[in-house]
Design a protein around this ligand. Structure first.
Ligand code: AMP
Ligand code: MG
Length: 401
């Protein structure tokens, strides 16, 4: 038996960034993982410019007279003339600040008459100017390799004039489901069967992480069928997930099939609930993780343990998501020999504390608990846990990405 933290660390370490890179145009870069450090090329803004529609002046000149003749009008995109001392230049947002001007008076504080501007309200010196380089400074790091690009990064890259970037290749993941009792959704359900929910579930969990390319095979409970499927998937994909058939039942053939296929297997009993049996294997140099068959176990183990590995294989530098703490809400004291990751719904108490309400049925087959839950609470093992004890909380909102 190994502890959750150790199992999680081992899986995290198995996720090494790809050696290959590819070029990607900025228009297709959303969600891709940057494979190069981006250094700022240009000062932004490139020159001091006006933050307001108003009048560019030399502040000192206003101390002599509140009324100044208007020398010129400059718009964004213009190259302005130098300000003649004692005059004002009508200026609009984004237009470069003329030489000799040090302040922009917003137009709401001015009135114009006979080619002169009258400043009705004094302003401090230097206001309403966006300074060169105040946003981004040439030569400084902008975005680090390993960052998943979201819409705000796209804005930053575009502002730097960058039209293509180097990214890691997209990951392709093979999914092997096993079990003679399983039927694909959409088909008639024979007696004694249940629908295969894990295949679609894992595909969706992978998509949440930005993995959209998957290859799914379903094997019956036989050594040969599982072995063949594993060979195919480990040849065609960057990594493989198997689900079910990995415990100690008569028909649990995943472990012998990996070994028969020449794979190297590290099987652990993890001191956690749900999801005790868990394996990390390598076949054809590809990592493979064997998940428990129960849908909730599989969902939780994927979220907490497999997602860091996948983020690593994608080249992402942040492999673990945010961990918070909340007060577990219990009707009676709780005790378990193993650490238990229970499905909870989080709400905020008036004092801002997170309150974690467990789902009424924590069975590892209870799929309906998953959409209900906002995350998983980590219940300590070997001690009595009382209501309002502070426990670790894994918020799906972060762990799903
Ligand atoms: P196993 O680990 O294969 O013994 O599976 C444990 C439990 O999970 C059994 O009740 C299986 O029917 C169920 N199970 C296994 N794989 C799936 C799947 N792909 N979809 C839904 N339930 C599954
Ligand atoms: Mg099975």
């Amino acid at each position: 038996m190994i502890d959750f933290d150790l199992a999680q660390a081992r899986l995290t370490d198995a996720g090494t960034a790809p050696k290959q890179h590819e070029t990607c145009s900025l228009t297709l870069a959303l969600g891709r993982v940057l494979a190069q450090d981006i250094i700022t090329r240009l000062d932004m803004p490139p020159a001091d410019n006006s933050a307001m529609d108003g009048y560019a002046v030399c502040w000192e000149d206003l101390q002599a007279s509140a009324s100044l003749p208007i020398q010129a009008r400059v718009y964004a995109g213009d190259v302005p003339p130098a300000l003649i001392r004692g005059q004002a230049i009508r200026i609009f947002t984004g237009a470069p600040i003329p030489a000799n001007a040090d302040t922009v008076i917003m137009q709401e504080n001015c009135s114009e008459q006979n080619g002169h501007v009258l400043i009705n309200e004094p302003s401090p010196q230097g206001v309403n100017i966006r300074r060169r380089g105040e946003d981004m400074q040439a030569g400084l790091p902008l975005i680090a390799a390993g960052t998943v690009l979201h819409s705000a990064h796209i804005a930053q890259l575009a502002a730097q004039g960058i039209a293509s970037i180097t990214v890691y290749p997209r990951l392709k993941v093979g999914i092997l489901t096993t079990g003679d009792e399983l039927t694909a959704p959409g088909l008639a359900l024979p007696p004694g069967h249940i629908y295969n929910s894990n295949a679609a579930m894992l595909q969706a969990q992978l998509a949440d992480l930005g993995v959209h390319e998957t290859d799914h095979l379903h094997a019956s409970d036989s050594l040969e069928s599982i072995q063949n499927a594993l060979q195919t998937l480990s040849t065609n994909c960057d990594m493989v997930l198997t689900v079910g058939g990995v415990s100690v039942g008569d028909k649990d053939f995943v472990k012998p099939a990996i070994e028969a296929a020449g794979g190297k297997l590290d099987l652990w009993k993890v001191r956690m609930k749900p999801g005790k049996p868990l394996a990390l294997a390598y076949l054809n140099s590809k990592p493979m993780v064997c998940l428990p068959g129960n849908p909730v176990s599989s969902y939780a183990v994927f979220t907490l343990m497999v997602s860091p590995l996948i983020r690593g294989l994608q080249g992402r530098h942040e492999r673990h998501a945010r961990l918070s703490k909340g007060k577990i809400q219990l009707d009676k004291p709780w005790f378990n020999e193993r650490e238990d990751f229970i499905r909870v719904q989080a709400t905020y108490a008036p004092d801002g504390q997170l309150l974690l309400q467990p789902f009424r049925n924590q069975g590892s087959g209870v799929i309906s608990s998953l959409p209900w839950a906002s995350g998983l609470a980590r219940m300590p093992s070997g001690v009595q846990v009382h209501t309002n004890t502070l426990v670790d909380y894994y918020d799906f909102a972060y762990w799903r990405h």
